[in-house]
Design a protein around this ligand. Structure first.
Ligand SMILES: Nc1ncnc2c1ncn2[C@@H]1O[C@H](COP(=O)(O)OP(=O)(O)OP(=O)(O)O)[C@@H](O)[C@H]1O
Ligand SMILES: [Mg+2]
Length: 484
């Protein structure tokens, strides 16, 4: 129905994979980012909780430690014991920065702590001192918390508790491990979900493509069925409606086309007799004795009625061709050079007048073509007629050639006026002429190439054209091999 319009559409597996990959990678990226944000947040919270914890412990310890600050021996013993129970390192520092006692190290070997930020803060009058840094003693990242010990509002010493951050991390790591497991399950579930959604979507798209492909072949009965509320289902509905509309339009156009064809056919049949009569009688009139004015008029009548007669003949041939099928014509191996000689004979005078050379280049393996002789001659006559009509100087060449796939190619090329690229696609339409005024002058109606196209069609042959403005044109017929 729509020859040459069939669109081949097929969904590639890669579309499904692409969908699936995009979907799962997106989910993965979202979850991974969420995990990192959570991790920073939880660790932050963790440190805050430990700060509080340390602050409380330090505060609670002050009443025990302060009275012992004078007795180095008892102090050392107590802080070592408390430290063992709490799991914190405990340091007691004098107001001048000297370490009085430390639960982990020998205080005598320890340098002044005046430069430690948490100590500096307390000596400077702050309510507490806090710092996170690498410990010089064991190189671990450590949280330090220091509080002033006061007697009568006078600073008498500083109590400092510390804990390595790694130790407190175990808590957050536990939480993060659980989150990670939850995310892992979420990723697996969403991957399964992504798989299902991508499959459904690609399946729906495949249904749509299949339907479009069917419609393009002219099968308007094909309908896309998608069971969901998605946009694709709406698309399918729109597609089905469009297909119905196209079908209606198609039948309307077909009916109109048939009407047009019938009208042209009837009109040309009706015109045939009167036109033949006018041509005949005007010819007869010419043999009579006429004044020069009368002779002039009779010549005009004759020229124009001949033209009208040609149009009627062309329309009738087109009508016959349109109703001719591939199987209706008788084909034989036609020797191409014989036909060309006959046609060239007809045009020889005009060619001489225009000083145009005509050449035949018949390839030894393409001397004959399997075709209907009458129609082949009609097609080549039309092409050569155009070449003569639209060439002012130079030459016309007719070449034959056998293509690799066994087609006989006959080309009529000229060095004439040429055709602009934008007109090429319309040349084979009925009544189409590029330059109306020029055609009227040369007697062209725009039916010649329409006839050639139909002759090609009933031979299952193809015609194509190449042309360059002011350089020339070449029309080539491709006849299929005999046994195809
Ligand atoms: N060899 C050519 N060189 C330049 N233009 C051409 C050539 N052949 C065809 N054309 C252009 O294509 C148009 C259509 O050609 P077609 O043979 O159908 O009509 P026509 O020659 O004008 O009239 P008809 O063949 O019916 O007498 C022509 O009017 C002309 O403009
Ligand atoms: Mg023509």
């Amino acid at each position: 129905m729509f020859a040459g319009w069939g669109i081949k559409l097929k969904i590639k597996n890669s579309l499904f994979l692409k969908f699936f990959a995009i979907f799962s990678v997106t989910i993965f990226i979202i979850l991974a980012s969420l995990f990192f944000v959570l991790r920073v947040y939880i660790e932050d919270q963790d440190i805050k909780i430990f700060e509080q914890n340390l602050s409380q412990r330090t505060q609670t310890l002050i009443p025990f430690i302060k009275p012992l600050a004078k007795n180095n021996q008892a102090l050392k013993q107590s802080i070592q014991e408390i430290s063992k129970n709490l799991g914190n390192r405990i340091t007691v520092i004098d107001v001048d920065g000297t370490v009085i006692a430390d639960s982990q190290n020998d205080e005598k070997t320890m340098s002044s702590h005046l430069d430690r930020p948490e100590i500096k803060a307390v000596i400077g009058g702050a309510e507490f001192g806090l710092d996170i840094r690498n410990s010089t003693t064991n190189l671990e990242r450590t949280l330090y918390y220091a509080l002033p010990m006061e007697t009568d509002a006078k600073l008498v010493g500083i109590l400092r508790l510390s804990v390595p951050i790694n130790a407190l991390k175990t808590f957050s790591q536990d939480v993060l491990k659980n989150i990670l497991i939850a995310f892992f399950i979420a990723i697996i579930l969403s991957t399964v979900f992504a798989y299902a959604v991508s499959r459904k979507t690609t399946k729906d798209i495949a249904v749509l493509l299949e339907t479009i492909s069917e419609i393009s072949k002219g099968n308007f009965k094909a309908k896309a069925k998608i069971n969901s509320n998605s946009e694709l289902a709406q698309f399918a509905e729109a597609l089905n409606k469009m297909s119905d509309d196209i079908e209606n339009l198609f039948w309307q156009t077909k009916a109109l086309d048939e009407l047009k064809r019938d009208f042209i056919s009837n009109a040309s049949h009706e015109l045939k007799t009167p036109v033949t009569a006018i041509v005949g009688f005007s010819q007869m009139l010419q043999t009579k004795k006429l004044t020069s004015t009368q002779k002039h008029y009779v010549e005009i009548i004759q020229k124009q009625s001949k033209r009208l007669s040609n149009i009627v003949t062309d329309l009738l041939s087109l009508n016959v061709l349109e109703n001719t099928g591939l199987k209706d014509i008788k084909k034989t191996d036609v020797p191409i050079d014989n036909i060309l000689d006959d046609i060239i004979n007809l045009y020889q005078k005009r060619l001489n007048d225009k000083n145009i050379v005509i050449k035949q280049e018949i390839s030894p393996d393409a001397k004959t073509v399997y075709a209907n002789e009458f129609y082949l001659e009609q097609a080549l006559t039309n092409l050569i007629d155009n070449a003569v009509k639209y060439t002012e100087e130079g030459s016309i060449t007719i070449t034959t050639q056998m293509s690799d796939d066994g087609f006989v190619e006959i080309a009529v090329s000229d060095t004439g006026i040429g055709i602009e690229e934008k007109y090429l696609s319309r040349l084979f339409e009925r009544f189409y002429v590029v330059d109306k005024s020029r055609s009227r002058e040369s007697g062209g109606t725009g039916l010649g190439l329409a006839i050639v196209k139909h002759i090609a069609l009933i031979h299952n042959a193809r015609i194509d054209v190449r042309s360059k403005i002011c350089a020339g044109s070449s029309f080539k017929l491709h006849f299929p091999p005999k046994n195809s």
